[in-house]
Design a protein around this ligand. Sequence first.
Ligand SMILES: Cc1cc2nc3c(=O)[nH]c(=O)nc-3n(C[C@H](O)[C@H](O)[C@H](O)COP(=O)(O)O)c2cc1C
Length: 211
Amino acid sequence: MPKTEGHIVTVGVTGASGALLAQKALALLDEDPRVARVHLVVTEAGQRLLAEELLLSSGDLKKLPARLLGRPSKKIAALPNQDIGAAIASGSYPVDAMLVIPCSMGTLAAIACGMSDDLVSRAADVMLKESRKLVLCVRDTPFSRIHLENMLRAQQAGAVIMPAIPAFYHKPRTIDDLVSQYVCRVLAQIGLPQETMYRWEGSARIEKAKS
Ligand SMILES: Cc1cc2nc3c(=O)[nH]c(=O)nc-3n(C[C@H](O)[C@H](O)[C@H](O)COP(=O)(O)O)c2cc1C
């Protein structure tokens, strides 16, 4: 299959706290001219999360991207998580990168042991077997030994483990400041650095500004 101009990205949303992270990632990907297409897959627990944290009731799956963004999207298409025959379930389909944001401990475990029984875990499995970029935005606290071992296993298989841990060095004032900086770091991992991302330039710069 000829490669489409622009990045093709899969976004998996699972039932870990952090629906705002998924919403911000989708908004930035949708606005990014370097991105051609986004395949969105939400697990059943992920749908529940969207309802709990964003008050988004489950409805017509096709309309989910528009309900998440608050406007229609030409790039983002939602796929049923049960559709293990979707294009992204095959290595022959050229997905450049996949985010699982947020990534539950359940989906982490499935990915770490190659249990590809839904589209999110199968698409992630394909990314690993094809040596493509897979970023797992894991979230829970505290982590058990099982969680930590699964993270190590996934990382050793090629995934980037990017726990949903906010930074504070950019002096965030709002939740959006925290969310944006984290999501920008995630997008930088898949070759889509954002202009709005804060870049630390060393404490010396701050000291100079104070004097
Ligand atoms: C409101 C809510 C918050 C949750 N937060 C987390 C979380 O932060 N991390 C996690 O691993 N599981 C969390 N869970 C539990 C997962 O949703 C649950 O383990 C689920 O089976 C994961 O399924 P999935 O990986 O298919 O999405 C939460 C569940 C609910 C209802």
